[in-house]
Design a protein around this ligand. Structure first.
Ligand SMILES: Cc1cc2nc3c(=O)[nH]c(=O)nc-3n(C[C@H](O)[C@H](O)[C@H](O)COP(=O)(O)O)c2cc1C
Length: 198
């Protein structure tokens, strides 16, 4: 097994509940793949600029027409996509902030979803171009959404991952972390991680 890519997006850094679940996942991963390298993409300590016209212009300019500034933007996007391509599996620590993913994680997807590189449009609709691989989403949130049918975060994550070709997605939920029973919820998520066969 090649690399594990860990995409980290809690503003609380290593202390974040999603980061701590990811640490548990990585221990479980290393037990199964002792020689595999873990590559960390820390979206809080190495923030990615929000998508804007400058970025769109850079990413859509012809290679020979790119200015040095545009090339810098494309190089970052290439690096982020390269990390996804090189990974044998991906773990995404995804806290819920205001019913969605952290804006840092959205900014990462804005760089990953690239026309002609990770997806293309055909007569039959969009086609993802990334080679499929396991993606593990560790979703933490203060409230309860899943059973109420009010979770717009994980469905969005699955939608955009599938859009670029990543359809082999497993979700570990830790809900109600700001309600009573947070400890049980974290423990259940840790047990769910332990039961993933890698
Ligand atoms: C800025 C912010 C916004 C939040 N918004 C929500 C929310 O919309 N729904 C919810 O259930 N919890 C919300 N929470 C609680 C977090 O989802 C919960 O504490 C989660 O475990 C945080 O994960 P982390 O520690 O990995 O960052 C929010 C927390 C923060 C800091």
């Amino acid at each position: 097994m090649s690399q594990l890519l860990f995409v980290k997006s809690s503003v609380f850094g290593d202390g974040g509940q999603s980061s701590q679940l990811a640490d548990h996942f990585i221990e479980h991963w290393k037990a199964a793949h002792s020689t595999a390298e873990v590559v960390v993409r820390d979206l809080v300590n190495q923030p990615i600029a929000h998508y804007d016209l400058t970025a769109i212009s850079a990413l859509s300019a012809d290679v020979e027409d790119r200015t040095p500034d545009q090339q810098e933007i494309v190089t970052l996007s290439d690096t982020l996509i390269g990390e996804v391509q090189s990974a044998g599996a991906i773990v995404i620590a995804a806290p819920m902030y205001n019913f969605a993913v952290p804006s840092q994680l959205k900014a990462w997807f804005d760089q990953i979803a690239r026309n002609g590189v990770t997806f293309k449009y055909t007569e039959n609709g969009p086609v993802g171009l990334l080679e499929d691989k396991p993606v593990y989403i560790l979703a933490t949130r203060g409230g309860q959404y899943h059973e109420a049918g009010l979770d717009y975060q994980v469905p969005w994550l699955k939608l955009i991952l599938g859009f670029v070709g990543l359809k082999n997605v497993q979700v570990i939920l830790a809900e109600g972390l700001n309600m009573g029973g947070a400890e049980q919820s974290i423990q259940a998520a840790r047990s769910a991680i332990d039961s993933i066969s890698l």
